[in-house]
Design a protein around this ligand. Structure first.
Ligand code: EPZ
Length: 417
């Protein structure tokens, strides 16, 4: 398993272009299943999760061609509607193929996605919502089997929680359903907007994506489309936090700051020095960063996917901070590893209590989930001495070769087998 060796007290300079969004790419790649025509995608990031998704879609019979960073997908001749364990266990987003496969095949069989290190990750909201569109599910020996009773019929669906994945699954199943579907208490994440915009470019009829009420008018078929994936707001937020921690001038480009409002407001309250323009943010050195109390929430609240990263900054801030993790039940795997790097963080139920004014010192640490891994990299860049982050396959799922992408702007990060 690969590991990263990180030199501490890192420099950081210049400006970085943010790649396409992993969490917009995965559902949009899956949306190709709904159409018999070409879907041309640009700005798809080069990530392990995208590679896994491409393999999964090809296992159903989707033809996928890549030429000079444009991906063309065609699902005219689907030949299989079973998603096997090996492909699904690596990536929870696989559950999103359920809606589209059922819309095309009227039946589908998906290996139950395992939990992961941040929680059991149930799919009850997915199944209960899809059931309202006329789909019966059975769970047997590790598989979910879905069967459309006679046809997909639009319905009113009230989500008990604004689940991102469940919202995406229902949108995609409703595209080809008969009549109208209304999703209440829908997730409002920007990645939902991107999925809705892409589907509409394919001929779907969706309004309200990005608000908590989404209206979908079923259509009979979709047409050719080309779509450019939005920027990755979590990767952007990660690099903004890196620059605040390293306390050097750095610019993060090709972004829409309005999708990072919660992080920007939090950093301003912490006395970070930011220049926010239309498509980029410049971080300037600041005299002192102060602690703050935050809690994660569905968009537009503070994103759970930036919780581990801002926790690393809080360790260095002047004064204590707290983070209440309200989205996942076990998303503090990075705490013990940050403590190995010299932090002093205690957990009581869903709240982390972070002591400030710490100086990280290099050590061997273990990556656990995707975002926890990157918070260890950020701490390593600020530590005195060398840090080794083990099991970086977690990191590669969401960050394109971080030793290269970040390395050209100063950090000295080496990958070792
Ligand atoms: C998406 O996961 C993201 N993944 C996650 O990013 C992100 O952390 C999460 O949304 C929250 O923003 C992708 O987009 C591929 P949820 P998802 O359904 O859809 C519970 C990353 O780092 N829940 O909004 O799985 C669930 O257990 C990943 O890129 C149910 O109880 O998130 C969790 O506690 C990590 N039943 C909460 O809702 C369900 O049927 C939020 O889950 C579904 C979810």
């Amino acid at each position: 398993m690969d590991k990263l060796i990180i030199q501490g007290e890192s420099d950081l300079f210049g400006s970085i272009d943010i790649p396409g969004s992993k969490n917009a790419s995965l559902p949009i790649l899956i949306a190709s299943l709904l159409s018999e025509k070409n879907l041309n995608l640009t700005n798809i990031p080069k990530l392990q999760d995208v590679k896994s998704m491409i393999l999964l879609l090809e296992s159903f019979g989707v033809k996928i061609n890549e030429n000079d960073s444009k991906l063309t997908l065609n699902a005219k001749d689907l030949k299989n509607n079973i998603a096997d364990y090996d492909l699904v266990r690596k990536m929870r987003a696989s559950i999103l193929v359920l809606g589209p496969l059922l819309a095309r095949f009227k039946q589908a069989k998906i290996s139950l996605p395992g939990g992961c290190s941040i929680g059991t990750r149930p799919i009850d909201i997915h199944l209960n919502s899809l059931n309202k569109l006329g789909i019966n599910f059975e769970i047997e020996n590790g598989f979910i089997s879905g069967l459309v009773k006679n046809e997909l019929i639009g319905n009113i669906i009230d989500l008990p929680f604004p689940s991102v994945g469940a919202t995406e699954n229902v949108i995609m199943a409703a595209i080809l359903a008969k009549g109208k579907t209304i999703i209440n208490n829908a997730a409002k994440e920007p990645e939902i907007i991107d999925l809705g915009e892409c589907l509409n470019s394919m001929g779907a009829k969706i309004i309200g994506h990005g608000t908590n009420t989404i209206n979908i008018e079923g259509v009979n078929q979709l047409h050719d489309s080309s779509y450019d994936i939005m920027f990755d707001r979590i990767v952007a937020g990660t690099y903004i936090l890196a620059a605040v921690m390293i306390n050097k001038k750095f610019t993060v480009k090709n972004i829409k700051p309005k999708y990072l409002e919660s992080l920007i407001q939090t950093l301003i309250k912490m006395k970070a020095n930011l220049i926010v323009n239309d498509n980029d943010i410049t971080i300037l050195p600041s005299k002192k960063i102060i602690g703050i109390n935050i809690e994660t929430a569905p968009y537009p609240g503070f994103p759970t996917d930036l919780q581990a990263q801002i926790m690393a900054l809080m360790c260095m801030a002047d004064g204590p901070s707290t983070i209440k993790e309200k989205i996942f039940e076990n998303r503090f795997m990075h705490v013990s590893e940050l403590n190995r790097l010299g932090a002093n963080i205690k957990i009581k139920k869903d709240t982390a209590f972070i002591e400030g004014n710490k100086q990280f010192k290099g050590a061997q640490v273990m990556a656990s989930d995707l975002r926890a891994s990157v918070s260890l990299v950020l701490a390593g860049l600020c530590a005195k001495g060398e840090t080794t982050v083990n099991r970086v396959y977690h990191l590669d799922r969401g960050y394109e070769k971080i030793e290269e992408t970040l390395g050209i702007y100063g950090p000295i990060i080496k990958r070792e087998k």
